[in-house]
Design a protein around this ligand. Structure first.
Ligand SMILES: Cc1cc2nc3c(=O)[nH]c(=O)nc-3n(C[C@H](O)[C@H](O)[C@H](O)COP(=O)(O)O)c2cc1C
Length: 273
C-alpha cells in the first residue's frame, strides 16, 4: 500500500475507495492526517504564530472580496475561563494557550456604507449572514491547515453559539457581528493523543451527476460498524454513530440553546429577511 493509500484507508477505517489515487504529496498527507485535539500542553506558541495563521486565513477566497469576517484572539486566562463557562464548560477552551473566535462580520461593511452617508439595506437579508458565515468558515479552515503545518493542533468550538448574546458581550462585539465558532489552538499533549477519525464512505457523500438518497442507508450502516470499531479501539463506550447523530438533532433541546438562534441573531442586529 502506498503512503497516500494508507492515509486514505485510515480516513475510512481501513477501506479504500475504488479507483487509483495520485502520488502522495505533503499537502494531501497533512489534510488526510487531520485530527481534532482536545488535550494541550501548557506551552506558549512561538512568536508570529497568530500573524501567520491570520495571513493564511486571509488568503482564503472570500465572497465578492467583501471579507465579511473577523476574528478575536483570546489569551487572557480569566477571559478563557469565562468563555469556557459559556461553551458548556469545555475544559480545552480554558486550557488552550490560544482561543480564536471566528466572526461573521457585517459591521465593517455597515460602517463603510455610513462613511458614504448610505444605509446598506442588503445587509438586512439572510444572504448577508450566509456570506459572513461562509467567509469565516473558509478563513478558519485555512488557519487550521496552516497551524497543523506548524506542528500545532486545533479543535473547533461550535458551542460558542449556545449563548450568542453573552459571547458578544464578553468579546465586545458590535451589532452585525456574530461568533460563528471558536477554535482552540495549542500543542497536543502526547500523553493524550487524538486519532484520525473515520468518515462516511465516499458513496454516501459523493454523487455523480444527480443526488441519490436511497443508496445511503446501507452505507450509513457500514459506517456504524466502522465507528463502533474506532470507538472500541479508543477504549470509548460502545455507541452507534447513526443513533448518536439522530439524538443530536432529535428535539429542540438537543440543540443546547442554539434552538433560539434566530431570536439571538435578531438581538445582535441581523435582519434575516
Ligand atoms: C463547526 C464545528 C464545531 C465543532 N464544535 C465542537 C465543540 O464545541 N467541541 C468539541 O469538542 N469539538 C467540536 N468540533 C469538532 C468535531 O467534533 C470534530 O471535527 C469531528 O468529531 C470530527 O473529528 P476530527 O476533526 O478529529 O476528524 C466541532 C467541529 C466543527 C467543524
Amino acid at each position: 500500500m502506498s503512503q497516500l493509500e494508507s492515509r486514505v484507508a485510515a480516513r475510512y477505517g481501513g477501506a479504500l475507495p475504488s479507483g487509483d489515487l495520485p502520488e502522495a504529496n505533503a499537502v494531501l498527507d497533512q489534510l488526510l492526517g487531520h485530527r481534532s485535539v482536545r488535550a494541550y500542553l501548557p506551552r506558549a506558541l512561538p512568536p508570529g504564530t497568530l500573524e501567520a495563521l491570520v495571513a493564511a486565513a486571509q488568503s482564503a477566497s472570500t465572497s465578492s472580496n467583501l471579507q465579511a469576517w473577523s476574528l478575536v484572539a483570546v489569551e487572557d486566562p480569566a477571559r478563557l475561563a469565562r468563555l469556557s463557562a459559556l461553551v458548556a464548560n469545555q475544559a480545552h477552551v480554558r486550557d488552550a494557550p490560544l482561543f480564536l473566535v471566528w466572526l461573521a462580520d457585517l459591521a465593517r461593511l455597515e460602517s463603510t456604507a455610513e462613511s458614504f452617508g448610505e444605509v446598506a439595506e442588503g445587509l438586512q437579508f439572510l444572504e448577508a449572514l450566509l456570506v459572513g458565515v461562509v467567509d469565516a468558515a473558509l478563513a478558519a479552515q485555512n488557519a487550521v491547515v496552516a497551524l497543523e503545518s506548524l506542528g500545532l493542533a486545533t479543535v473547533y468550538i461550535g458551542a460558542i453559539r449556545n449563548r450568542p448574546e453573552d459571547v458578544a458581550a464578553e468579546l465586545g462585539l458590535p451589532p452585525g457581528v456574530f461568533a460563528v465558532f471558536g477554535m482552540c489552538v495549542g500543542y497536543e499533549d502526547p500523553a493524550r493523543p487524538a486519532q484520525v477519525k473515520p468518515r462516511l464512505p465516499q458513496g454516501a457523500v459523493l454523487h455523480r451527476e444527480q443526488y441519490a438518497l436511497d443508496t445511503q442507508r446501507p452505507l450509513v450502516r457500514d459506517y456504524d460498524a466502522v465507528m463502533a470499531q474506532f470507538w472500541s479501539s479508543q477504549g470509548m463506550p460502545q455507541a452507534q454513530w447513526s443513533r448518536t447523530a439522530v439524538n443530536r438533532v432529535k428535539t429542540p433541546a438537543s440543540l443546547h440553546g442554539r434552538e433560539r438562534l434566530v431570536e439571538a441573531l435578531h438581538h445582535l442586529g441581523f435582519g434575516l429577511r
